[in-house]
Design a protein around this ligand. Structure first.
Ligand code: WTA
Length: 662
């Protein structure tokens, strides 16, 4: 197999179907594993009793629940509804009360090489002070708080401080623009924003506070901005509104009584891309979410609190950071690494240096990162002692078998189990994954729904496909950490997830069952792209493009990319004035650069198209629908497929000519 084929991303059906290798667990691993094969049977016998048991074993309730699941208000589920609890108490205080206050909760590694260690006792102190500081700023139970921070301990502290007072947090990824931050603040009606002066990225300080100032200048109901000092860079200051985090926490008491909330009290809102231009505020509540994140962390990663050092490379701006940096790990009393920066700063072995330094035992990352490391070459990991690693996880997109094998051999020393975990912002926690010590792993397949989870693959008509068949992935029974809706838009919740197939959750992913009934994920079947494991909506980027005065029309597709899985490719029709300008400049040069920057400004640098092609026409059906399938063919370097349904069949010829010339 050529180098190029070996690094192709995973959703390639042909490739996957020829993959027959399996990796059974070693007897030594199986003998010490948390998960057992019996768990599947126990859960299948009485699913609700199984989850009730997990909820009681893994979570501390201030008032026990009597009812497990109420789905009478479907599609909105209520889990453990008459129980009460506090998320921050569960993540922090109870470990201190159990005498584990001196255990390290967070080993922080800043990108410039500065480090900080926070024990559970110190974390409790910080979270309590921050909760008091938020209360002092007028934040009450139920109020929303936006968090816009780099990957520093304050990100986790801020989330837990909100949870401690029952104020739902809305974390906005630090790479999103002021525009994107503004629309999220407005949608959630946030009252306070927690940010930092900046963070370190690629060897230099990168400012965050200016984006907050810009977002608030557009008009919001935000009363205060709490500013963490990270880089020490100069920031503009609005007296009366802006408050220094350091000063506020110092002035606050380290004593704070966590607020008991009902199990269904909102814990957070997290915005994610959907098939329309407007991001969806995915709503998660407390009891069920904590139960499933705690359960999956313990069993999918085989976590042992006394001996493991865990590291998840995800940013807290994404759901993986919520469930597997903040909640799942801390609920289990883990010791974890938190790293601020990029994998190649100062050099391409930074991650492996961190693994060696902290003796990381469990590593959770994304296929796009693994493929990037493969490209850089194995001399980087080979410089370091990675023998502490014992479980490796993958999330965010299909992992192609070659990357899987490289991950296991080069990073895992040919011995570690790999867990390929399928889930979504909406599912809150891992849903489909092998269990280490139990499942014989197949490279490229997420394989089996976890105990207590029911999934299936349906055909167009909504019938389960037989083994060997492909179709749409659905979840057939409610699960504890399921989303409780889209913030402020119950109708969209119903339409997006519950209208495609009756009484079933439609995930938006294509999937296949192999001869053993194991599930292989094949990528999105809707207008959502997956770029480096980040969800982006084609419509959202198209809207950003047409909001530029030079653009008349735009079509965006996700084209296959060796490293990032998919890449954003845009086709635009310019307005007449812009066309003549572009002609003067030749090849549309400046206009294209301007449009790429415009998208970065409207959404964030992650949404910048890899390429923009200026075209005279877009391929449309007679009813005016843009045929993105044909554009994807062009973007991926193929001859365009069937053009017979086009209103004007010569359009594709013109576009491919333009592509070749460009
Ligand atoms: C994709 C990230 C294949 C899928 C946790 C899903 C995966 C979307 C996997 C959710 C996997 C996630 N194999 N595809 N192991 N994990 N996906 O909301 O398309 O950012 O629908 O959540 O990522 O992305 P989200």
């Amino acid at each position: 197999m050529s180098q190029n084929e070996a690094t192709q991303p995973g959703a390639d059906l042909e490739n996957l179907l020829h993959e027959t290798r399996t990796f059974p667990p070693s007897p030594e691993f199986a003998a010490q594993a948390n998960a057992t094969v019996e768990m599947y049977d126990v859960a299948a016998t009485d699913r609700e009793a199984f989850w009730a048991q997990q909820a009681r074993e893994l979570i501390t309730w201030s008032k026990d629940f009597t009812e497990v699941l109420d789905f009478s208000g479907a599609p909105v589920a209520r889990w453990f509804a008459d129980g009460t609890l506090n998320a921050a108490y569960n993540a922090v205080d109870r470990h201190v009360e159990a005498g584990l206050g001196d255990r390290v909760a967070i080993h922080f590694e800043g990108e410039p090489g500065d480090t900080r260690t926070l024990t559970y006792a110190e974390l409790k102190d910080q979270v309590s002070r921050a909760a008091n500081a938020l209360t002092e700023l007028g934040v009450a139970t139920g109020d929303r708080v936006a968090i816009y921070l780099p990957m520093i301990p304050e990100a986790v502290i801020a989330m837990l401080a909100c949870a401690r007072i029952g104020a739902p947090h809305s974390v906005v990824f630090g790479g999103f623009s002021a525009e994107a931050l503004h629309s999220r603040i407005i949608d959630a009606d946030a009252r306070v924003v927690i940010t930092a002066d900046g963070g370190y990225r690629r060897g230099k300080p990168s400012a965050l506070k200016p984006a907050v100032d810009e977002a608030l200048a557009k008009g919001t109901d935000v009363r205060h901005v709490l500013v963490v000092e990270r880089t020490g860079q100069e920031v503009a200051w609005t007296e009366g509104r802006d408050v220094r985090w350091g000063e506020a926490l110092e002035a606050a008491s380290p004593e704070h009584a966590p607020v008991d909330v009902e199990a269904e009290h909102p814990l957070f809102i997290l915005y994610t891309s959907g098939t329309t231009g407007k991001p969806k505020g995915i709503l998660h509540t407390t009891g069920g979410y904590l139960t499933q994140t705690a359960f999956t962390f313990r069993h999918v990663f085989d976590h042992k609190p006394e001996t493991d050092v865990y590291w998840c490379t995800a940013d807290i701006g994404w759901v993986t950071g919520h469930s597997y940096v903040t909640y799942g790990p801390l609920l289990n009393g883990t010791t974890q690494v938190l790293y601020e920066g990029t994998p190649d700063t100062p050099d391409k072995d930074r991650w492996w240096d961190i693994v060696e330094k902290y003796k990381v035992t469990i590593l959770y990352t994304a296929p796009t990162a693994i493929r990037a490391c493969m490209k850089w070459g194995e001399e980087y990991p080979n410089k370091h002692d990675l023998s502490s690693l014992r479980v490796l996880g993958s999330v965010g997109e299909p992992i192609n078998p070659e990357a899987w094998i490289w991950y296991r051999n080069t990073i895992g020393g040919g011995k570690t189990p790999i867990v390929d975990t399928w889930w979504q912002t909406e599912t809150g926690a891992i849903m489909i994954s092998p269990l280490p010590g139990v499942t014989a792993a197949k490279p490229g397949s997420a394989q089996v729904p976890l105990p207590g989870i029911s999934a299936d693959v349906l055909n167009e008509a909504g019938k389960p496909v037989p083994n060997g068949g492909g179709g749409y992935l659905v979840l057939t029974e409610p699960w504890p950490s399921m989303l409780r809706g889209i913030w402020g838009d119950p109708q969209r919740f119903q339409e997006t997830y519950w209208s495609r197939f009756e009484n079933m959750y439609f995930a938006g992913d294509g999937a296949k069952k192999d001869e053993d009934g194991d599930v292989w994920l094949l990528g999105r079947v809707d207008d959502v792209m997956n770029v480096s494991g980040h969800r982006l909506s084609t419509t959202e980027i198209e809207s950003a493009l047409v909001s530029h005065p030079s653009v008349a029309e735009a079509a965006v597709v996700g084209a296959k990319d060796d490293t990032t899985g998919q890449a954003v490719v845009a086709f635009v029709i310019l307005r007449a004035e812009a066309v003549s300008r572009a002609d003067e400049e030749g090849e549309g040069g400046d206009v294209v650069a301007e449009l790429r920057n415009h998208v970065a400004k409207e959404i964030g640098p992650i949404a910048k198209p890899r390429s923009i092609l200026v075209v005279a026409e877009l391929p449309k059906t007679r009813s005016g629908k843009i045929m993105r399938r044909l554009l994807r063919d062009i973007a991926e370097g193929r001859e365009a497929g069937d053009v017979t349904t086009l209103a004007d069949s010569s359009v594709m010829e013109q576009i491919s000519k333009g592509m070749k010339a460009g």
